[in-house]
Write a protein that binds this ligand. Structure first.
Ligand SMILES: Cc1cc2nc3c(=O)[nH]c(=O)nc-3n(C[C@H](O)[C@H](O)[C@H](O)COP(=O)(O)O)c2cc1C
Length: 326
């Protein structure tokens, strides 16, 4: 199946994923200008009036860029909506996305037909993030246009299923847009995501270690210094299982190897998410792929690096597959 036309302007098959607290307009604008989809969770803009300002700022910056660079237009941006019953500003956020005609929406933690229908009314496209094939089927039944399979090792609310297993199940029945998520931080892995049948690599943690990210310097450095073995999977901090940097858990006075289970009834991603963010502000989310992140650098340099790695991997793969071409 062909991809929606908004993806024609991408320099690499990469979507920079939304990151709670970390994604800010400066990061999104730099990602889109560098030629990959940039995104942010709408709940990062607090209070809600700030969402209107952010959408204004991003839209204007990308239009300015496009006027000055007709041969190198910016990639589209996406807004992430947490579709969970505790998110009490969802309808207002959707109304603002309609006002600014947001080209791409990424929905998490719940699929809702009315949200998909609303986006379609203004010509938007919706990708829904899922951790298994059952949720993937539900999301498409409810009208999502595409999927973000979140495999084992991803930052944030990761799943536990291997990307190989997840992609092969989803591609057995779905031929629409798919962005594979989980531990991708190198251009070689972007190509690997395509080899598994994905249209895009969905990259999160690697953006934390960029100059434009809204994160403390120590968090950025921990991403540069960290490896897969530094990541701990726990549901203590939000009620949903996710991956976190071991050192930040220890610094908060907790034992990373003996964390209690969370009280799921207290899960809250709406206005209470603010309190939640404060309570756990020093617990740093990260996926397992950060071994590929070697420096805090500007987004433009990171995307240049990803492109070089991707092109090298394409050549290496052509060479190694030629041996089996029969
Ligand atoms: C610090 C952090 C915050 C995140 N916040 C969100 C969020 O608000 N909404 C969302 O849909 N996903 C969120 N995620 C998940 C990412 O969008 C994405 O699925 C994941 O980072 C991809 O895996 P990777 O980090 O290994 O690249 C977050 C991930 C991290 C590391």
């Amino acid at each position: 199946m062909s991809l929606p036309a908004i993806f024609n302007r991408l320099r690499l098959p990469v979507i920079a994923s939304p990151l709670f607290i970390v994604s800010c307009p400066e990061l999104v604008i730099a990602q889109c200008k560098a030629g990959i989809v940039g995104s942010f969770p709408s709940l990062n803009a607090r209070p809600i009036s700030q969402l209107d300002e952010w959408l204004h700022q991003i839209t204007e910056a990308l239009s300015d860029h496009n006027r000055g660079n007709p041969d190198r237009p910016a990639a589209p941006f996406a807004v992430n909506q947490i579709v969970h019953k505790s998110n009490n500003r969802l309808d207002e956020d959707i109304a603002l996305c309609e006002k600014w005609q947001v080209p791409l929406m990424i929905t998490s933690l719940g699929a809702r037909e009315d949200i998909n229908a609303a986006a379609h009314r203004w010509g938007g496209i919706v990708l829904h993030d899922v951790i298994n094939d059952r949720f993937a089927r539900k999301a498409i039944e409810k009208g999502a246009d595409g999927l973000v399979p979140v495999a084992a090792g991803a930052g944030g609310h990761a799943g536990t299923i291997s990307p190989f297993a997840l992609m092969q199940e989803i591609r057995s029945w779905f031929d629409g847009p798919v962005a594979l998520s989980g531990a991708i931080a190198h251009g070689r892995s972007v190509l690997a995501a395509q080899a598994l049948g994905a249209d895009f690599a969905y990259i999160g943690s690697a953006w934390i270690a960029t100059e434009e990210a809204n994160a403390m310097q120590a968090y950025k450095q921990a991403i540069v210094d960290g490896h897969a073995s530094d990541i701990v999977y726990s549901n203590l901090f939000t009620g949903v299982h996710g991956n976190y940097l071991r050192g930040s858990i220890a610094n908060a006075g907790l034992d990373p190897d003996n964390l209690p289970e969370s009280d799921v009834s207290k899960m809250n991603f709406g206005s209470g998410g603010n309190a939640e963010a404060k309570a756990w502000k020093d617990i740093w989310g990260s996926g397992q792929g950060i071994g590929a992140v070697v420096a805090v650098e500007p987004v433009a340099a990171r995307v240049d690096r990803l492109e070089r790695e991707y092109r090298d991997a394409v050549s290496a793969l052509a060479e190694s597959t030629a041996r089996f071409s029969g």
